[in-house]
Write a protein that binds this ligand. Structure first.
Ligand SMILES: [Fe+2]
Ligand SMILES: [Fe+2]
Length: 262
């Protein structure tokens, strides 16, 4: 609380001096409550794509307005955004997903599985990290097969469980990230057990097998390398992602306008 501003708010130094101790305390409490009210703290749901998030201050004389519309700090999205545009302007972990898809392709997997690998972490750097497999699968559900949607959802829990028979070991990276004694939550264990007995288990498992963490620095992969696969297996809506009224359109819009006040 700025002392000078506070004294001015009660009518100046003379008025402040004339107040009783109780009135001063009341005035201070009132001023602090007002100050809190004028600072808007945005929940950290949507990523700010690497931009530091300062609280937005409301303009005293309505000379400032809350963020609504295109955020000038971010690459501007077109009126009909395509999936490729999101890779270029919004998603994070892009090289990770590209290299995973490249590996899946080199391993001779079907195009739909390659696409699942390409899409598997879009929520991580685009929308929300927590439960990224579940969010990611909802994002793409209207545009890809049920199998791809399913595989993206369950790759998250399957990552925590080795299946040596098909060549998947518990990731060393997870020991570094979460510690030796980390035990996944019950819902993760339950979902992994359910997935293990599902007819599409191997599709989700392939995402985890091809989930590369050590990049080959000599390889450069571009999203354009997958343009054909996207074209054949991702139903790009004509109106653009975010504007097609699909069940996940609002989630795509939240990535286009991540800092809107409402
Ligand atoms: Fe993932
Ligand atoms: Fe991944």
């Amino acid at each position: 609380m700025d002392r000078r501003k506070f004294i001015a708010s009660v009518g100046g130094a003379a008025a402040f001096a004339a107040m009783s101790a109780g009135d001063k305390a009341d005035a201070l409490e009132h001023a602090m409550a007002q100050e809190l009210d004028s600072i808007v703290v945005k929940p950290g749901l949507c990523t700010t794509y690497g931009i530091d998030q300062k609280p937005i201050e409301r303009g005293r004389k309505r000379d400032k307005f809350f963020m609504m519309g295109h955020d000038p700090r971010l690459p501007r999205m077109s009126d009909k955004p395509t999936l490729i545009e999101f890779y270029k302007k919004r998603f994070g972990s892009v090289q990770h997903m590209l290299q995973s898809a490249r590996l899946a392709k080199l391993n001779g997997l079907p195009e739909t599985t390659v696409l699942a690998c390409l899409l598997h972490d879009i929520s991580v750097g685009g929308l929300i990290r927590s439960d990224h497999g579940y969010w990611g699968s909802q994002l793409v559900a209207p545009y890809v097969t049920e199998e791809i949607t399913w595989a993206i959802k369950y790759h998250q829990s399957l990552r925590f469980y080795a299946d040596e028979e098909v060549g998947y070991a518990y990731p060393e990276a997870y020991i570094r990230y979460f510690g030796e004694d980390f035990v996944p939550a019950d819902y993760v264990a339950n979902d992994a057990a359910y997935a293990k007995n599902h007819k599409w288990y191997m599709t989700a498992r392939q995402i985890t097998i091809n989930d590369v963490y050590s990049f080959d620095p000599n390889v450069s992969v571009e999203i354009e390398d997958f343009e054909d696969i996207i074209g054949r297996h991702f139903k790009q809506p004509e109106e653009g992602l975010g504007y097609d009224n699909s069940p996940s359109a609002h989630m795509w819009r939240s990535m286009i306008f991540p800092n809107n006040f409402l």
